[in-house]
Design a protein around this ligand. Structure first.
Ligand SMILES: [Zn+2]
Length: 233
């Protein structure tokens, strides 16, 4: 805890004090550029990876960057935060960002790891489709490659869940929202973005345009209709 306490004082002296005007302005309201949905993993730090400032990213984090599908008559923290971000803050982009070496995704592929973790097991049920896709379409791959692929397939599955939320469906239909599927490769610091024209995650290029996510077309089928995750990611 000492590291945290020292850090707070260093933040106040070295970061906040020189940019007081910026922080005071922020206190008046927020207009984030993107809703960033990622894993709780301590090694994935959205503002560090994207080099964004306070106020830039509206963030949802949980084990496995999971978005439960919309269920009428119920709510959860993810659903409420997505709804607020779109309907009140009018956020124009949503990024779902998985990451390599994800403990949640390893557990999805080997559910016995959660034998003593009933809450985790239940939560990861929302990612069972991801494991099922990998076991069906990538059964020729060894387990370590399958663990890399399930991270990518899970980002796409969770984006499909996201579309079932009324606020998302409406924003997509009115072309006010663009969705982005990313995977952060923690070994190299690289980010791979799903390209719906190739049907594959590809290294995020410097010149990639913000509008090159997708706004309405289904992302899953590649031009050949074949699933082919980037196994080297
Ligand atoms: Zn993770």
């Amino acid at each position: 805890m000492q590291k945290l306490i020292q850090g707070i004082h260093r933040f106040q002296d070295m970061v906040f004090a020189p940019r007081q005007d910026f922080f005071r302005k922020l206190a008046e309201g927020q207009a984030p550029q993107a809703l960033f949905i990622t894993c709780s993993d301590s090694r994935v730090v959205p503002d560090l990876i994207c080099q964004t400032d306070p106020g830039d990213l509206f963030v949802i984090r949980n084990a496995g960057n999971i978005i439960p599908p919309y269920v009428p008559g119920t709510s959860c923290g993810v659903a409420a935060t997505v709804e607020y971000g779109l309907k009140v803050l009018k956020i124009p982009h949503i990024v779902v960002c998985g990451h390599t070496n994800c403990g949640a995704m390893n557990a999805v592929m080997d559910i016995e790891m959660t034998a003593e973790l009933p809450s985790v097991r239940q939560w990861l049920g929302y990612a069972q489709a991801s494991a099922s896709i990998v076991r069906t379409c990538y059964q020729h791959l060894p387990p370590d490659k399958q663990r890399r692929v399930v991270v990518q397939e899970n980002v796409l599955v969770q984006l499909e869940h996201l579309r079932t939320h009324p606020a998302v469906a409406a924003a997509l239909a009115s072309q006010q929202l663009t969705l982005h599927a990313w995977v952060y490769k923690m070994e190299t610091g690289e980010v791979f973005a799903y390209d719906s024209s190739s049907g594959q995650f590809e290294l995020l290029r410097r010149d990639r345009e913000a509008t090159s996510g997708w706004s309405h077309e289904p992302p899953l089928a590649s031009p050949q209709g074949v699933r082919h995750a980037c196994v080297d990611l």
